[in-house]
Design a protein around this ligand. Structure first.
Ligand code: GLA
Length: 345
């Protein structure tokens, strides 16, 4: 068994396909360069100690005695260790050092990066064979659902685990098929711009949207919104009809984006980003005034399209800049990078 291991897991940007993952729909995310690094050392006993370097905060607990979860980043560490054990995977005592380069709570999936890096580090320390992406993503998502209280889907964890350089991932959450899609931008650039507002009400708003989708399915007698047909929309009351319409049309926009990328038609990709944003604002109601102002800034600076990314209710906005367009101050370029990995000791 190794004495030390280091694991890195990236955050993600979702190019298009928002709020589709928990509806067994389609999404097109890519992993970014920023992420979370976890260095783990074997302690030889049953204790996990953790140090969040950026926050200068500590935690310490015994394996099997993770609960209660004290909230914040500690809930993720405790949740990951408990859920790995529940899944029948070996976890040994470890001292963990956690460093992050992805902004927290900004819609770039700092939490998924943390969960995935913790999983990989703890598993590598126990010399465990690589666990495939879907089961590992499900373990991480149980951490979000059961330990952190966010009813999130599998988008972020799969993007972090499966990221590829120069490619986005077309993820079909119904069939489970993940297909790399070349993201050849040429002189175009993708940037994110912080709306400045952290999504404090994001968790409750997100959980509410998820429950509205479940209500829509129950009303229609279907298992998931992937089975929705446009004719069914009339049978739904507001706002469930709007939520369901967003999901249906967003799935179609993912397919259209894959086709636009295959043709190298980046102007069309920009149009699709704008349509996705309009739908997230008007039908799914996850935008905020700060997000709208940020979208306007990007478009005003010449972006060919801009949209809120992640769960919404604040966070970062994605913009697609044509060749020669600088973008507003504070815009950070994002490029598709490799997925989560174990680095040398
Ligand atoms: C958050 C969740 C994901 C996904 C997106 C919206 O990032 O963690 O599972 O639902 O919101 O697309």
């Amino acid at each position: 068994m190794p004495e030390y291991v280091t694991a890195f897991a990236p955050g993600r940007v979702n190019l298009i396909g928002e709020h589709t993952d928990y509806n067994e729909g389609l999404a097109l995310p890519f992993a970014i360069d920023a992420g979370v690094e976890v260095r783990a050392g074997a302690t030889g006993d049953q204790r996990i100690t953790a140090f969040a370097v950026d926050l200068t905060e500590h935690d310490s607990f015994l394996l099997g005695e993770e609960a209660p979860s004290p909230g914040g980043w500690r809930g993720f560490v405790r949740g990951v260790s408990a859920e790995l054990v529940t899944a029948g995977l070996p976890v040994a005592g470890a001292s963990l050092e956690i460093r992050g380069s992805v902004p927290r709570g900004a819609g770039l999936s700092s939490s998924a990066a943390l969960e995935v890096a913790l999983c990989l580090a703890l598993l590598a320390l126990s010399d465990t064979d690589v666990v495939p992406p879907w089961p590992l993503a499900r373990i991480c998502s149980r951490v979000e659902n059961e330990w952190v209280g966010a009813q999130t889907g599998l988008l972020d964890q799969l993007a972090s685990l499966c990221g590829r350089e120069n490619a986005a991932l077309r993820i079909d959450f119904h069939s489970g098929v993940i297909t790399p899609v070349a993201l050849e931008l040429g002189e175009w650039r993708l940037v994110t711009l912080d709306s400045g507002a952290r999504h404090e009400n994001a968790q409750s708003g997100y959980n509410e949207r998820r429950s509205e989708c479940a209500q829509a399915c129950a009303a229609l007698g279907i298992a998931t919104l992937r089975e929705l047909e446009p004719a069914m929309l009339d049978a739904l009351e507001a706002p469930l009809d709007a939520r369901a319409r967003h999901v249906f049309e967003e799935n179609a926009r993912v397919e259209a984006a894959v086709e636009a990328l295959a043709r190298g038609d980046l102007a069309e990709l920009g149009v699709l980003l704008d349509r996705s944003h309009a739908s997230l604002r008007d039908l799914y109601a996850v935008s905020t005034p700060a997000v709208e102002a940020t979208v306007a800034l990007l478009l005003g600076a010449g972006a060919a399209g801009a949209r809120v990314i992640g769960g919404g209710f604040g966070g970062h906005v994605l913009g697609l800049l044509p060749p020669g367009v600088e973008g507003p101050p504070g815009a950070l370029e994002v490029r598709p990078g490799p997925g989560a990995r174990v680095l040398d000791g």
